[in-house]
Design a protein around this ligand. Sequence first.
Ligand code: PBG
Length: 309
Amino acid sequence: MRALTRETLLSPGDFVLPLFLHDLTVDEAIDSMPGCTRWSLDGLVKEVGEAVALGIPAVVLFPAIDESLKTKGAEECYNLEGLVPRAIRALKAAYPDLVVMTDVALDPYNIDGHDGLVEDGEILNDETVAVLCQQAVCQAGAGADIVAPSDMMDGRVAALREALDAAGFEKVSICSYTAKYASAFYGPFRGALGSAPKAGDKKTYQMDPANRREALRELKLDEEEGADMVMVKPAGAYLDIISDVRKNTTLPVAAYQVSGEYLMIKSASADGWVNEEAVMMESLIAIKRAGADVILTYFAKEAARVLKA
Ligand code: PBG
């Protein structure tokens, strides 16, 4: 009876697995995110093989860039021989049907640890957008299927679309981080990549957690600018936003269950306070029920295993 009347179904096909990588030959467990690893290229290819075997269709890549390559202008982000392009090529060679999604933002590459270029303590919006375009074209050139700008600069979706088309990448999709909040739930992620801002915070470009209507303004802009998919982030504390976005667009809606959400479930269950599997599945079904078609989650493999069992 419950199966007949169930309104929401999860499937491994809903998930995107976020993966961390570094330019070393060893795989390294991430202290700030139990269960997550900074992968070598070989390790990454093996890990993605397991995800593919579990029915997970897509991954998103986050690089930990060597400090020596970080600059004020974040030039490494459009180096075709850089870590991310090499990883994309290795993954597409091993799994041609895999959807490879990339992060478009400067924080792993810039010495300031901000998603944009910084001058005198301020983020330079338009100058940043120009660099993001070079980054996205580089990722598309390496074989990325979806570029996902997480930087929250104004006007970047239109600029990326134009730059991608001009470079011959009309088929590369843009998944915009439409409503990305200035959230404390990102803490463990910044530890994993060593990408925390050196000064200030991200409140001048990420959204105020107090704002709900503003998400719909961001949605309208992203639609007008040509986004193919729109994202809400974080997910669990922003289910109202996911629901609003779902009701106001016909585009696919993605939601990102971020590092802090993952870690709270991991640590509470490691201490035996909650049942990890049950809470994990409940958190994911809630995100889907709120209206997400696509869920980015560090639990993708574990949840897919539960769904397959
Ligand atoms: C930055 C970026 C962040 C995340 C994804 N891309 C952190 C931030 O905005 O500071 C967070 C993901 C997570 O916490 O799991 N471009």
